[in-house]
Write a protein that binds this ligand. Structure first.
Ligand code: ATP
Ligand code: MG
Length: 436
């Protein structure tokens, strides 16, 4: 992407309405633009990040054996009447009527629809277990949309739904998602901690929220320090094997949000191991038994020929919220510091003197080595503008090329995360960036 031809609009002024760093930076870097309260356009830079986040979520869902589908955003109200949630949901649900006066709604979630789909096809226990997911826009008419994409009204969610024959099966499905979530967030450079959450009337212990620690988080959280030290990706996972050891490791150490905080259990932890902080919820997994399958009449024939009502769970990840959360966890005074796996571009090539034959040639060669995962700042701008923009947009690597260095065949390579700089030949610079 050549900046001289790109639509990557930045803002000079810090927008007054933005209260937290990620919101300010997303507006200043031209990632998103609000069109109504809590509803955003994803501009090219933001859209690239959103797609990278989405792809990591997808890969880790697929690895568990879950299958991707795409359900519509608009749903018939009738399905929600069958589950009893049409009245229960309240003003967060955007209700619509079509030209024939049929009641519709913009989906805030998809339990009803997926149950309807599954009941149309599943006939016997051999059709279980299954897990269907989609990555789709949701609408919730939040009373207080704020913090940019963190609490929007229209937002992108990954929601998965599992169907099992019995509780033991449902528990395994739950554990698969539990482990997949740990891996998903770790791949984005986030330390997400599963915390026990409310199960509602169903009871049991199969509901966890995944939170990352950040000063601007909306939740108060309490956890054992050991949970922050563990490297999730160092473990290989067999989703057909027994996942209990992994889940037990995480659930046997204290981690709770305000709502589930247990003062006595907390007091038993040595003070040096206690971490109390603010957290951002980025995912939520939930087992709810037959809450939807029973009222909606989803049944399959069991191995003994008797009809069985499948046990279900649902598993959400706030895909668009994650973009804000990643920035909350990775920024400094100058701007964003993208972790490489979710960076909009891996490299920015800053040509300090476009038109200088030597600088142009070297910059073009480096750019070509990483295109389409690189931006080339070939604009007729001051060097200071280029440095500031590259820092703001947070590309993991910056390659600074000026006439003098170019004449000597040298590139100045800067790593955004650490600020480290090195003077390198073109070949060494390419190798360094490829090496990560
Ligand atoms: P919250 O407690 O933050 O309102 P929730 O419990 O209503 O969230 P879920 O129904 O569990 O959310 O949705 C799954 C995930 O979707 C959440 O973990 C969160 O990451 C994301 N999410 C929920 N509401 C929003 C929103 N208004 N804007 C952006 N992401 C959201
Ligand atoms: Mg929740």
């Amino acid at each position: 992407m050549r900046l001289s031809r790109a639509f990557l609009p930045t803002l000079k002024e810090t927008p007054a309405e933005a209260q937290i760093a990620s919101h300010r930076l997303m507006l200043r870097a031209g990632m998103v633009r609000q069109t109504s309260a809590g509803i955003y356009v994803w501009l090219p830079l933001g859209w690239r990040v959103l797609q990278k986040v989405e792809q990591i979520v997808r890969e880790e869902q697929d690895a568990t054996g879950a299958q991707e589908i795409l359900m519509p955003t608009i749903q018939p109200a009738d399905l929600w009447k069958q589950s009893g949630r049409h009245d229960a949901y309240g003003p967060e649900m955007l209700r619509l009527k079509d030209r024939h006066e049929r009641e519709m709604l913009y989906g805030p979630t998809n339990e009803e629809m997926v149950t309807d789909i599954f009941r149309s096809y599943a006939k016997s226990y051999r059709d279980l277990p299954r897990n269907l997911y989609h990555i789709q826009w949701k609408f919730r008419d939040e009373i207080r949309p704020r913090f940019g994409v963190m609490r929007g009204r229209e937002f992108l969610m990954k929601d998965a739904y599992s169907f099992d024959l019995d509780y033991a099966g449902a528990r395994r499905s739950y554990q698969r998602m539990f482990v997949a979530y740990l891996r998903t967030f770790a791949r984005m450079g986030l330390k997400a901690i599963p915390m026990q959450a409310d199960t509602g009337p169903i009871g049991g212990d199969l509901s966890h929220e995944f939170l990352i620690l950040a000063e601007t988080g909306e939740s108060q959280v309490y956890l054992h320090r050991d949970l922050l030290a563990f490297d999730v990706l160092s473990q290989t996972v067999d989703y057909d094997g027994d996942l209990s050891p992994i889940v037990d490791f995480w659930t046997s150490r204290y981690a709770a949000t305000d709502e589930k905080h247990d003062a006595a259990a907390w007091a038993a932890i040595p003070a040096a191991d206690q971490v109390s902080a603010r957290g951002i919820e980025i995912g939520h997994i939930f087992y709810f038994g037959t809450k939807y399958s029973a009222p909606m009449g989803l049944q399959v024939s069991g191995p003994d020929g008797k009809m069985v009502t499948p046990e279900m769970g649902s598993y959400g990840i706030g895909v668009s919220r994650l973009v804000g959360a990643i920035i909350e966890a990775n920024h400094d005074e100058q701007g964003i510091r993208w972790p490489e796996p979710v960076a909009p571009f891996r490299l920015a090539v800053l040509n300090l003197k476009p038109g200088d034959a030597g600088a142009d040639a070297l910059a073009e060669r480096l750019y070509a080595a990483f295109d389409p995962d690189a931006v080339y700042d070939d604009r007729e701008d001051r060097a200071g503008v280029k440095f500031a923009d590259a820092d703001l947009m947070g590309y993991p690597w910056q390659a600074i090329i000026g006439p003098r260095g170019a004449a000597a065949g040298r590139v100045e390579l800067k790593r955004r995360a650490t600020g480290e700089r090195a003077e390198l030949s073109l070949e060494d610079a390419i190798a360094r960036i490829r090496g990560g």
